[in-house]
Design a protein around this ligand. Structure first.
Ligand code: IPE
Ligand code: IPE
Ligand code: MG
Length: 234
């Protein structure tokens, strides 16, 4: 098996990276953006088509207000002021998550990032922002129920393909490889539906330390996997 078509990453460990250096947590988040830029560039270079990154979960609102505010500002900077780099690199940005509940300024930034990169097709970068897998599935159920009520289709016509169309990731292939940095062995509400047959790669490496060498290790591990999808191979 060669390189994955769709890689998803749970970028975890920023706070611990900062703590190791006796710095406030936000230093870790700032350094994490550099990691992201590095990986985005590399994915484009080696021909990975889709990269989905977990930037802010629906549960992350429960962090101290100062940290939440900092993360919002950082996102504004990365996908607002510094968008040009992504535009130049042929990256097509899409936000997956509920942006209706963030500030109008933040919404504007996401919309213009999507608008300004919409003709790019080198790398599709999905940013999971205010994203939660259960929330995504719940809003899909609402959408389907309401369309059934409106008579657009019947209950019997609800197939897995139909469910797919109501998710944020509607027209995207499922992730082939999901990487979680920072050493935790859990999903934390990320891509619950889409990860049904993804290969997982966990590493102790903290996100700000995740460099190209580390990424290559994950890709190498993926290469060795035999994806059976329930079948048997002699
Ligand atoms: C991931 O790093 C970044 C976000 C969740 C936004 P953390 O901030 O969770 O870092 P740790 O897990 O506390 O080290
Ligand atoms: C998952 O990391 C969310 C993101 C990386 C954005 P968390 O640090 O929030 O996950 P938990 O709380 O350890 O499960
Ligand atoms: Mg964490």
């Amino acid at each position: 098996m060669s390189i994955p078509n769709h890689v998803a990453i749970i970028m975890d460990g920023n706070g611990r990276w900062a703590k190791q250096r006796r710095l406030p947590r936000y230093f870790g988040h700032r350094e994490g953006v550099n990691s992201l830029k590095r990986i985005v560039r590399y994915c484009g270079d080696i021909g990975i088509k889709i990269l989905t990154v977990y930037a802010f979960s629906t549960e992350n609102w429960n962090r101290p207000a100062g940290e939440v505010q900092y993360l919002m500002k950082l996102m504004e900077l990365t996908f607002g002021v510094e968008l040009e780099e992504l535009v130049q690199n042929g990256v097509k940005v899409r936000v997956i998550g509920d942006i209706t509940s963030v500030s109008p300024k933040q919404q504007q930034i996401w919309r213009s990032a999507e608008e300004r990169t919409k003709h790019n097709d080198r790398l599709f970068l999905n940013v999971a922002f205010n994203y939660g897998g259960r929330m995504e599935i719940t809003q899909a159920i609402r959408g389907i129920a309401s369309d059934v009520l409106e008579g657009k289709f019947t209950i019997d016509q609800i197939t897995e393909e139909v469910v797919n169309r109501y998710l944020y990731t509607k027209d995207l292939a499922d992730p082939d490889l999901i990487i979680r940095t920072g050493g935790e062995l859990r999903m934390s509400n990320f891509l619950l539906w889409q990860s049904a047959y993804s290969e997982w790669y966990f590493t102790e490496t903290l996100w700000p330390d995740f460099d190209i060498e580390e990424f290559k290790k994950a890709l190498e591990s993926f290469k060795q996997r035999e994806r059976r999808f329930g079948r048997v191979y002699e």
